[in-house]
Design a protein around this ligand. Sequence first.
Ligand code: F6R
Ligand code: MG
Ligand code: MG
Length: 365
Amino acid sequence: MKTTLSVIKADIGGYVGHSSSHPEILKLADAELNKEKKKGTIEDYHVTACGDDLQLIMTHKLGVGSKKIHTLSWNIFLKGTKKAEELKLYGAGQDLLSDAFSGNLKGMGPGYAEMEFEERKSEPVLIFMADKTEPGAWNYPLFKIFADPFNTIGLVIDPNMHGGFRFEVHDVMKSKKVFFNCPEEMYDLLVLIGAPGRYVIKHVFRRSDGEVAASTSTTRLSLIAGKYVGKDDPVLAIRAQHGMPAVGEVMEPWSYPHMVAGWMRGSHHGPLMAVPVRHANPTRFDGPPRVTCLGFQIANCKLGKPRDMFDDPSYDKARRTANNAADYLRRMGPFEPHRLDLEQMEYTTLPTVQKKLKEKWEDLS
Ligand code: F6R
Ligand code: MG
Ligand code: MG
């Protein structure tokens, strides 16, 4: 019987402002998932938060896109929203974009990354969660982990990985997908994923046997809602070891805080800072963007206890670099490239300002 891992998340209210999550909301989600575990709908769960995003991590046997799992998550987000409203948390219910839920979270606002697999003899899984950024933020580390031999030596010396990995890339503007086999189609892949606001890696598969290796959330809230409604703080699940990248190879790219979109009002670039869960409370200029990672050793469909993977002094230097980069970028104030380019700002105040200026423009000469 296959194991399914579902990581489902939503911002249903921030505490304080958009900086963190209220303990009462985490408590509520924990109690609800505990009931589902007792009922037997799910096998195991872990509740956590990254900034103002509530994360439901679940294992079950119902497959990906299960109506039961999506519905129970939606209902927890609804209950959590009620609580958030009571506590007057900031932006209560912000990511729940529709009242017409029909059993699948697609297009409803919450993000989800899921994968189904036959458990190996040992099944280490790493779950990454980010705040104040967007799904394309995973493109850079996923490329490093699954296609760059300078990051992942296993691509060179592990016979099970030497055949390379296959990347599924989504065009989130046009709702289309395309596959690339690496290493031979690496340059084509980079043409697209180097533009992470539009092209997002959805899955990575091992080429030798088609096994799923990574899965991401690709929700774009603004594209669903037609206006800026907060960033689509994404999640990512990766299987590690024994023919997949080693845990250390998955963890290596985060030693560099690459620049991502999503800081302050979803309208600025900033360094993605890898932090332990207790430090995932972005406050400075609503940032800088954060990423956390919980490691699980899945056994017989049970998650077991998580390890907080960035709670490690070997990321201290990356965090210092991120703070230096943050200082450097902040000096730019409202100027690009700290501020996003006009195209990416289209759902903010820009159209309003342009409308206002329409009458003021004069022809040259
Ligand atoms: C939220 C975010 C924040 C807000 C900002 C303004 O995801 O990135 O930077 O955009 O705090 O929030 P409002 O418009 O709700 O006052
Ligand atoms: Mg928020
Ligand atoms: Mg958030």
